[in-house]
Write a protein that binds this ligand. Structure first.
Ligand code: ZN
Length: 645
């Protein structure tokens, strides 16, 4: 940097005395110069960030400038009663640790606790919050899902960001939000404001995240830009041609491969159950479903989204060129790279107005197969269910709307039954999770292999336990009944509101009442509710009598004195919820119930008889989980229907 511009940089006020036109010219020159400097700084010559201040000469209360020295941080923590004198002495005795990393990161690794009664752990986030307060700046945890990395990287070069330990995380028309872990290093602010012509808003974020995401964002942005360029280099006007060429060239582009891999790993890390890739008019949108709720993750240029979709279709062995018909596919991959657990991804595409939409459903075997407790069964229910599924023959139904966890329950159940002595066969549409211990058949309507046909073929294969994906029609229902009558245990699903309604549904499908009575042995109705994040859930006083009575009606139980409400922390992505569990309503057929069914009773009569015999409604199952502090009343009311309709 030459003398003139350095002088300008340190004495901006002088500019106001200049002739306006000249001043404008100078500013422009300066901005251009700074931009060059910003991009040149990786050579290490342009304006190195300040050296750490001399620790020994630093009085405790004095304001710091430049990079944070470890000694300053330690002493300030002692002043603020966050660190005991003896712990501080231990750190300082080890000597000058600056070269091993950011002081905050160094201290966080030592797992100190506050000397007061709270014994609060001084972890990375806690120390970062402290630092933010010290610097009088807002604290922010960087959520990579909320950073539009293709935009923020245009604010400054990667070398410039690294040089000052900063990372732009948001850009608006008027403002650039820049995360820093060196809040007393401020010399870059003016430079960036001049280059970007926006106000810089500084926030303090933890040094480990800043370093990690600086590398990731700049690399990913480069990949996206590289991929966009490849697409733009083919100036074909014929759209179809472009698509064909694009699908061949771009899908294997190294940039695209990297972006797709990164998105998949990211989805696994975030416990996403689905990834949606949606083409819009000007942008491709990537969204993750986490605990049942969609979160927008990224926007990428349409060409890049197209290449990503092609890449994924290629991995799923789908017809890459075919874009006008819906297709299905499947990918097996490993979470966390080679050596990680195997994850299955089911793909489906749909032609939409702006291109092909792709949805990936993630089936993580660790998530799919669960223990009964994790599925939401109480000990008593688990015992009844275990007994039911070990009967030699009969029909067991699992019921609930789409997304109520039926598949998880069925796979978890079948996995327990499939042993060396027991043949478990399935007819599914589609096969949601391929499992080595099961014999699974995929329904293929194209060649007239429906549920009923599949089931008929299966019966000749000498199975012990059969799972039929869904009973949708009379033919399938009749086949299931036949299988049960000939000594097989048959599992299937129905879409009904509660357990008792399943009986009515079978009758509607054309199964005579006496055959329902002869074959049906039990029905499990279920729903999923989000579970409260154990790290941040907040105690509250219990609900009022009336509200509670409505929830558990017609059962009676006193309302709990305390319940928990969602708060929000880093672990749960500030939603207050982490994971899901099931609400369970288990109907076991009895003689009394069979008499009622034979008579063609009203649904409510059936429900009440079942309740007398021990059935608890979905809402009661939920209320129990509220009492245990697992979920909230709102979640239960949202998911479960009232007992009487
Ligand atoms: Zn939380």
């Amino acid at each position: 940097m030459n003398q003139r511009s350095r002088a300008e940089a340190t004495a901006p006020a002088q500019q106001t005395t200049h002739d306006p036109s000249e001043s404008q010219k100078e500013r422009t020159e300066h901005a251009a110069h700074s931009q060059r400097a910003a991009h040149r700084s990786h050579s290490g010559q342009a304006k190195p960030p300040a050296k750490p201040a001399q620790a020994a000469a630093q009085p405790v209360q004095a304001a710091v400038t430049g990079r944070l020295p470890l000694v300053y941080v330690v002493r300030q923590l002692v002043v603020d009663h966050w660190l005991s004198k003896s712990d501080a002495d231990r750190v300082l005795a080890i000597g000058d640790r600056e070269r091993y990393g950011h002081p905050i990161a160094v201290l966080a690794e030592m797992n100190f606790r506050t000397p007061d009664a709270h014994r609060r752990l001084l972890d990375l986030e806690t120390l970062t919050q402290w630092l933010a307060e010290k610097a009088g700046l807002p604290y922010q945890h960087i959520d990579p899902l909320r950073v539009d990395f293709t935009r923020v990287v245009d604010v400054m070069s990667s070398a410039y960001a690294t040089g000052y330990s900063i990372l732009p995380i948001a850009v608006t028309p008027a403002e650039v939000v820049v995360a820093t872990c060196e809040p007393f290093l401020e010399e870059w602010v003016r430079e960036i404001e001049q280059i970007s012509k926006k106000t810089v808003k500084r926030v303090v974020a933890n040094p480990v995240d800043i370093a990690r995401y600086t590398t990731e964002f700049y690399k990913l942005a480069q990949q996206v830009k590289g991929a966009s360029k490849t697409g733009a280099a083919n100036p074909l006007s014929n759209f179809e041609q472009l698509v064909e060429l694009g699908s061949k060239v771009e899908a294997n582009d190294a940039h695209v491969i990297h972006i797709v891999d990164w998105i998949l790993q990211y989805a696994f890390d975030q416990r996403a159950s689905d990834i949606h890739m949606e083409p819009k008019r000007d942008q491709g949108v990537v969204r993750f479903r986490i605990d049942g709720v969609l979160h927008q993750v990224y926007q990428v240029p349409p060409g890049v989204m197209h290449a990503m979709t092609s890449r994924i279709k290629l991995l799923g062995r789908m017809d890459v060129v075919e874009r006008r018909r819906p297709q299905d596919g499947r990918i097996k991959t490993r979470a966390g790279g080679a050596g990680g657990r195997e994850v299955e991804i089911r793909l489906s595409t749909l032609p939409t107005a702006f291109g092909e939409k792709l949805v990936m459903r993630i089936f993580d075997p660790e998530v799919v197969v669960r223990s009964y407790a994790e599925l939401g069964f109480s000990d008593g229910e688990a015992k009844i269910w275990s007994e039911l599924i070990r009967r030699p023959s009969g029909i067991v139904l699992v019921t609930g709307p789409t997304g109520s966890g039926k598949t998880t329950t069925l796979y978890s159940t079948l996995k327990q039954l499939a042993t060396d002595e027991v043949n478990v066969s399935t007819v599914e549409d589609p096969i949601e999770m391929v499992d080595g211990t099961l014999n699974q058949m995929q329904v293929q309507p194209g060649i007239e292999l429906g549920f009923a046909d599949g089931l008929r073929a299966l019966m000749r294969q000498d199975p012990d336990v059969i799972m039929v994906g869904e009973v949708r029609d009379r033919e399938t229902a009749e086949m299931a009944v036949q299988a049960a009558l000939t000594g097989h245990l048959v599992f299937s699903t129905l879409h009904t509101n509660d357990a008792a309604s399943s009986v009515a549904r079978l009758v509607e499908l054309g199964v005579p009442r006496y055959l329902v009575n002869a074959t049906l042995i039990g029905v499990l109705a279920q729903r999923l509710v989000r579970t409260l994040c154990p790290s941040c859930k907040a105690e509250q006083s219990g609900p009022d009598e009336t509200m509670w009575r409505d929830l558990v009606a017609p059962w009676r139980s006193p309302p709990p004195h305390t319940v928990y409400a969602p708060a929000g922390c880093l672990e749960c992505r500030r939603t207050g919820y982490l994971g899901r569990t099931g609400l369970i309503e288990l109907l076991v057929m009895s003689d009394a119930i069979r008499v009622l069914i034979g008579r063609g009773c009203e649904l409510q009569e059936l429900r009440e008889q079942a309740a007398r015999e021990g059935l608890r409604s979905l809402r009661v199952s939920g209320a129990e989980k509220v009492v245990l502090g697992v979920t909230t009343i709102d979640e239960v009311l949202r998911a479960a229907p009232p007992f009487a309709d």
